[in-house]
Design a protein around this ligand. Structure first.
Ligand SMILES: [Ca+2]
Length: 252
């Protein structure tokens, strides 16, 4: 693991990650999730930048399937799908109409046992609420009101197109080691679209990158520990402004 001694951002990120781990025991459930209005934002040093560029530089386009067919790369709405999830270590994504469809498929086909379990738990809780007709009206109201960050299953990392965990989203499972994907690998691209995020796991934070030419690349560290980031417009960006619709790559 490479840790730069030179940047205070790396040190701060590490501190945040450690705090996240300490604050969230391994068995914490979604109710323990904490909202983090800001996050650790800074720029990469030369070494870090070279490493990230190498990781995503030659990466091939990622296939995205929706109901068995590849999504048209020109689509600006994921072909109508609401959720796309990585189902293979090669980056392949499958896309779904809604939460229910996503969880029922991912419970079987997600690429790690933890990510299958996360989807299965959500699918089961949905089925349980359906099977309790007495509670149904109340449950339906609660479902309509509840924050959609709860849609991101445990052991997954989710990025939404809109603030407050709304709109179409991409989600990634947790592997043994971190992986980096260029958001432009997706077809249609998810570059410059992310507006909110949820890191639904106890350990290992997530890093977003914005690739700039002629200046150090800004990066944004999202700590682990079931943390959620509802609005990237509230997170300041290295060269002024904010992180909304800026992310070009994700390390998860
Ligand atoms: Ca960008």
């Amino acid at each position: 693991m490479h840790i730069s001694a030179r940047t205070t951002v790396a040190a701060a990120a590490l501190a945040l990650a450690t705090a996240g781990i300490a604050a969230a025991p391994a068995f914490a459930d979604a109710s323990a999730a904490q909202e983090v209005p800001g996050a650790v934002s800074g720029t990469l040093n030369t070494d870090e930048e070279a490493r990230v560029h190498q990781e995503v530089g030659d990466a091939p386009k990622v296939e995205m399937y929706y109901h068995g067919e590849k999504i048209d790369s020109r689509s600006d709405d994921l072909g109508g799908a609401q959720v796309c999830a990585e189902v293979s270590q090669d980056g392949t994504m499958e896309c779904f109409d809604d939460q229910e469809e996503a969880n029922s498929v991912l419970a079987e086909r997600a690429p790690t046992p933890e990510s299958r379990e996360g989807a299965a738990v959500q699918a089961a809780s949905k089925a349980a609420s359906k099977a309790a007709p007495k509670a149904a009206p109340k449950a339906a109201r609660a479902a309509a009101l509840r924050s959609s960050w709860l849609d991101c299953p445990k052991s997954w990392v989710c990025l939404w197109q809109d603030a407050d965990f709304k709109g179409r989203r991409l989600q990634w499972p947790t592997y043994d080691t971190a992986k980096t994907r260029h958001l432009d690998q997706y077809s249609p691209s998810f570059r410059d679209k992310a507006s909110s995020a949820y890191v639904n796991r106890p350990q290992r934070g997530v890093e977003l990158y914005d690739f700039r030419s002629g200046m150090p690349d800004p990066h944004l560290f999202l700590g682990a520990g079931y943390t959620r980031y509802p609005n990237f417009t509230k997170i300041s960006y290295a060269y002024g402004g904010n992180w909304n619709d800026k992310a070009d790559a994700i390390k998860f």
